[in-house]
Design a binder for this molecule. Structure first.
Ligand code: SF4
Length: 508
């Protein structure tokens, strides 16, 4: 009898996973499941919002969720996900969902807040390309890399302590990383209960690598693009574009879903946010998701002219939402999607992340290149990942996020005046939109730049002034839209409409 008792939950779990796998693999059942999830989202985010968030912020979250499910469904119908990949992917998520809640609750007790959802790790600085203005200042063969044991321990700890099973890999070129004769995909294989997304230039994805990714089923590459052949090859080197298309072809052939990572610069923003460009990657190449990064200046004044202007950024914001709401492309912009994440996600905030570089430097965000310690130092002193997110800089960023609406909104009900709670989440960035934060942090805590570009930025009065001006200009432009479209959204007649009758209630 006791023996039966022990096996029963195991059998139930296996049955549940089998049923879930069948539903996900069947187009009709999957469509039904997606409808059910969307209705749940509507009920949870809109019907029971009770003034927690401006209604349009909730609608943005729902529309982004719909775009995610529709992108997956669209590409599964086109057979761009192999059965093997789907089965593994579904299994990883279900297994983690069974254990995550308990780990999150225990960590929340220890930390005093819910732990971050993921970490971005750049194991290698090395890259095979030389793109001007690269934020990582990547180089050819270099000793700047995380060792196997440290990388391995970070991945183990984040899941064991926080139930965090998503890791974002950045670089350098992640596929060049190796240590102890093992490479990134060996690490992914070792952590087969976790899921990985990696930013890559895509040039190393040959047929052998694509087959290995298909077998792993727990990894998706986000491939960098910044135009068609001419624009891509101009910045990344001749022949790069053709290699990228070949890499995507290899992934499609074996059913590994991939995304695109788009760098928007002042000279290409119009192209990379155009319908034709997005249709090309989503419809013709079969991307399942897309991340947009607006170029961030790195110290020297020559990089200022590469940044999209505040006016261009506003146009990009409206185009992004049009693609998400109308075409159902699952895309986010690190700076223009603040309503979906309720503001800045840096510094290990609940649902957010932090960054660990190839040198082990711990920073609040990939775009905040300042550190107080390394993960190796923390481990040497007997600490854990939890020490990494309790440093003065991390606390400072989270305090700012709270003052900018994130924590307040999670803990206090709406009192009738939105300005008291959510501030302008169209300008959510600790550094790009509110550079005074970096200057204040540098005065208050001994932060260290992680590279030469960050050092120049910290010392250059010209850079400070440029960043402060940019923030002021963008805050002014975006505040009008935030006030008229987001804060006033509760008063719009159709905003509480039934999702069936009016699936995308708010149109830009
Ligand atoms: S600091 Fe800026 S770029 Fe980084 S997570 Fe926050 S909003 Fe995004």
């Amino acid at each position: 009898m006791a023996r039966q008792k022990n096996y029963k939950p195991l059998r139930q779990k296996a049955l549940f996973r089998f049923v879930a796998g069948t539903v996900v693999n069947n187009s009709l059942l999957r469509k039904g499941l997606i409808r059910y999830i969307q209705r749940k989202m509507w009920n949870n985010l809109v019907k029971t919002n009770k003034g927690k968030f401006p209604m349009q912020v909730q609608i943005d979250k729902i529309d982004m969720g719909k775009a995610l499910f529709d992108s997956i469904h669209r590409n599964m119908k086109k057979k761009l996900f192999s059965k093997q990949w789907i089965t593994k992917f579904t299994g990883i998520h279900l297994a983690n969902l069974e254990t995550r809640g308990e780990k999150v609750r225990a960590a929340t007790k220890r930390l005093g807040f819910e732990p971050p959802m993921f970490i971005t790790i750049s194991p290698a600085k090395e890259c095979n390309l030389r793109c001007p203005g690269c934020y990582a200042s990547s180089t050819a063969k270099t000793i700047d890399k995380l060792d196997w044991d440290t990388f391995d321990r970070i991945l183990t700890e984040k899941r064991d302590m926080w139930g965090s099973y998503l890791t974002v890999i950045s670089g350098g070129e992640p596929f060049l990383w190796e240590d102890k004769g093992k490479n990134l995909l060996d690490m992914v294989e070792k952590h087969d209960k976790q899921f990985f997304m990696a930013y890559t230039n895509g040039t190393l994805i040959d047929k052998t690598m694509a087959r290995r990714l298909a077998e792993l089923g727990s990894f998706t590459p986000a491939i960098s693009v910044e135009g068609y052949e001419e624009e891509t090859d101009r910045r990344r080197g001749k022949g790069t574009y053709k290699k990228i298309l070949q890499g995507m072809d290899n992934l499609r052939e074996v059913g590994v879903p991939f995304g695109v990572s788009i760098t928007a610069l002042r000279h290409n923003w119009d192209l990379v946010s155009s319908d034709d460009f997005l249709d090309f990657w989503f419809e013709r190449q079969g991307a399942t998701y897309g991340w947009i990064f607006q170029y961030m200046p790195i110290g020297d004044r020559s990089t200022f002219d590469m940044v999209v202007t505040p006016e261009q950024r506003m146009v990009m914001l409206k185009r992004l939402w049009k693609a998400v709401r109308e075409k159902k492309y699952f895309m986010a912009d690190f700076w223009n999607s603040g309503t979906v994440t309720s503001g800045c996600i840096a510094a290990g905030r609940p649902g957010g992340y932090f960054y660990i570089t190839w040198s082990g430097d711990i920073t609040p965000c990939v775009f905040v290149p300042y550190t107080e310690t390394t993960i190796m130092d923390i481990y040497k002193k007997g600490g854990t990942l939890e020490d990494a997110i309790m440093t003065p800089l991390m606390k400072r960023v989270r305090e700012w996020q709270a003052s900018y609406g994130f924590t307040l909104i999670h803990h206090q009900p709406h009192q009738g005046n939105w300005e008291c709670h959510a501030k302008n989440w169209l300008a959510p960035c600790f550094i790009r939109d509110h550079y005074e934060n970096v200057l204040d942090a540098a005065n208050a805590t001994p932060i260290k730049p992680i590279d030469a570009g960050a050092e120049v930025s910290l010392d250059s009065k010209e850079y400070h002034q440029w960043m402060l001006n940019y923030g002021d200009q963008f805050n002014t432009i975006s505040s009008d839209y935030w006030n008229s479209f987001y804060l006033a959204s509760d008063k719009r007649d159709n905003i509480h409409a039934n999702p069936k009758q009016n699936p995308s209630v708010a149109k830009n």
